[in-house]
Design a protein around this ligand. Structure first.
Ligand code: CTP
Length: 540
């Protein structure tokens, strides 16, 4: 438990700006505490965080947006004081006070779970890494999502290994030690990371190596820059997003499987809680708001109260203007590809849409409910060839209210590729042309209308439309019309004496038209139709 020394208590406004807070604190002060109505210290702000926020140009924002809730600290205040804030001084304890609520108390070894959950050929590749590291006395750890998923006994396909040395040098050393089976695929000097591929009995195993690192952010939502590599494992964990993603597992022989959990990730995993590590986490990297949603829905976990509070503050204050939207795209894709109504609904109800486009109206009647979209996707899942595109159906529904110009802007902002762009524009076009669809006289016209659109775009329109006729047409097209075939082929036409040429296409199309419109059903009907057009001079 850390104790603060209460230096003085002063009364300040609840909405005091960060700039004014800094004026109150002297250089030796480490925190400004906030008392609740019971005179308990309910939250506090570290002067170090105030300094960082001011470097981010956030001087006019209220102090509460970066306040940390006191749950794990023993901070006493003299009850005779009536004022609402105190200043604390305890320089030695500042370093980890916010981010390390408690040291790991229970010893946990994950070897048995690792053996059970990690594929055999991946284990073999890891064994080569461990042996090589042991030979040079190098501590080596599995880190991040893989450790989380071993504890949860879930599949994980990304193996991230961290070491306190240069990851690039270690990767090259691996290649030299095992030249027949190990190859360095890529190296990134800025982050000192390397991608390595092992060939284990004919199977490729990819492992990402990283050096432990401390990161910094030049401005809110900017890309992180590496401040130091080769730092302690603890410092490397502190730069990460959530407690459950900030655990490591030793891969060295003597300690293999030992869990290293400085930040209480194991407890949070057991309790089902997604918790950020410091109050500036969402300001540094707002994509973590989407990541929190992704993990929360994927594992059915709740956001811890303080994390939710900071998420709201970040979204309300729009602290993401500098956000690199490609990062948003990647997280949005992973989140919506879970195909869970909850993701879409919470993007609207928790104001997360502001990260994508603040002008989306979450209360608009045009926007369908997540449950409707999920049901439609599940019902038509056999028609969706590439499940990786499911997220675009949800995204299109979020954009349903926007005009073509705005959709175009968003496509640019999210840097969508050409297929993704076509799917969104096509969905938007269907909705914009619903009046012409309603005027159609025949099923073939309906067929012609939809055949040039992507299934994902059509499903998006199906989710958005409230018109029964359009719903009927879309269902009819998806379940029947698009699969309609005819017996006649080019060969049949040649046999019947038609001259080969572009006319073949028109004739076959005409037969299909008659079939879709219900005028012909059997092969005999098709032959009869051909005789009619032969007489009408399609052929000699
Ligand atoms: N990370 C982070 N902040 C981000 C993205 C990632 O701190 N914005 C850290 C987390 O510690 C995470 C690790 O980098 O565990 C690897 O990132 P990623 O592969 O995206 O996450 P996983 O946890 O492996 O998630 P998933 O299972 O969805 O791949």
């Amino acid at each position: 438990m850390s104790k603060y020394l209460i230096k003085k208590i002063i009364q300040i406004d609840n909405n005091l700006s960060l700039k004014d807070c800094q004026k109150i604190l002297f250089s030796e002060d480490c925190a400004l505490g906030i008392l609740d109505e019971n005179r308990e210290v309910s939250s506090y702000v570290l002067s170090e965080h105030i300094d960082r926020a001011l470097r981010f140009d956030l001087q006019n924002l209220p102090i509460r947006i970066i306040a940390t809730k006191c749950t794990n600290y023993n901070i006493g205040v003299d009850n005779n004081f009536r004022e609402d804030y105190f200043i604390a001084q305890s320089p030695k304890e500042v370093e980890y006070i916010v981010i390390t609520p408690k040291e790991q108390e229970v010893f946990i070894n994950l070897k048995a779970k690792y053996k059970k959950n990690i594929k055999t050929h991946v284990q073999k590749a890891i064994e080569f890494c461990s042996k090589a590291a042991d030979k040079i006395d190098l501590p080596i750890y599995l880190i991040g999502g893989a450790v989380r998923d071993i504890i949860l006994e879930k599949d994980n396909f990304d193996i991230d290994i961290t070491i306190q040395e240069s990851a690039i040098n270690f990767a090259q050393y691996l290649q030299k030690t095992y030249p027949d089976i190990c190859m360095v695929k890529d190296t990134y000097d800025d982050f000192n990371t390397a991608k390595v591929a092992f060939n284990i009995e004919g199977e490729e195993v990819h492992i990402d190596f990283a050096s432990t690192r401390i990161e910094g952010y030049a401005f809110p939502a900017s890309l992180p820059v590496v401040k130091e590599t080769g730092c302690s494992l603890k410092e490397d964990m502190i730069r990460r997003d959530f407690t459950v993603n900030s655990m490591a597992m030793s891969l060295n022989e003597g300690t293999f499987g030992n869990l290293i959990d400085y930040l209480g990730g194991y407890d949070d995993l057991k309790k089902g809680i997604i918790k950020i590590l410091h109050p500036l986490s969402f300001i540094d990297d707002p994509t973590r708001i989407l990541r929190a949603l992704k993990f929360s829905v994927r594992f059915d976990y709740a956001l811890d109260e303080f994390t939710l509070h900071l998420q709201k503050e970040c979204l309300q204050n729009g602290l993401f203007d500098g956000l690199c939207t490609e990062r948003i795209k990647s997280e949005l894709k992973q989140t919506l590809n879970l195909n869970k109504a909850d993701c879409y609904d919470r993007i609207l109800s928790e104001d997360i849409y502001k990260l994508i486009y603040p002008k989306i109206d979450p209360k608009s009647q045009t926007l369908p409910q997540g449950q409707i979209i999920e049901q439609i996707i599940n019902k038509h899942t056999s028609h969706i060839k590439n499940k990786d595109l499911v997220w675009l159906i949800y995204l299109g529904c979020l954009f349903a209210d926007l005009d073509s110009e705005e959709v175009g802007m968003l496509i640019k902002k999210l840097n969508l590729n050409s297929v993704e762009t076509k799917i969104l524009i096509s969905g938007n076009t269907i909705l914009k042309n619903k009046d012409s669809l309603l005027q159609m006289q025949t099923l073939f016209e309906v067929y012609e209308f939809f055949e040039c659109h992507f299934t994902e775009s059509i499903l998006m329109a199906l989710a958005v439309t409230k018109d029964e006729t359009i719903t009927y047409y879309i269902e009819k097209y998806l379940n029947e019309l698009q699969f309609e075939t005819i017996n006649t082929t080019g060969k049949t036409l040649l046999e019947k004496g038609f001259h080969p040429g572009p006319e073949f296409g028109y004739i076959l199309r005409d037969i299909l038209k008659e079939k879709i419109n219900g005028n012909i059903q059997s092969k005999e009907d098709e032959d009869m139709f051909l005789s009619t057009i032969q007489q009408a001079n399609y052929a000699d």
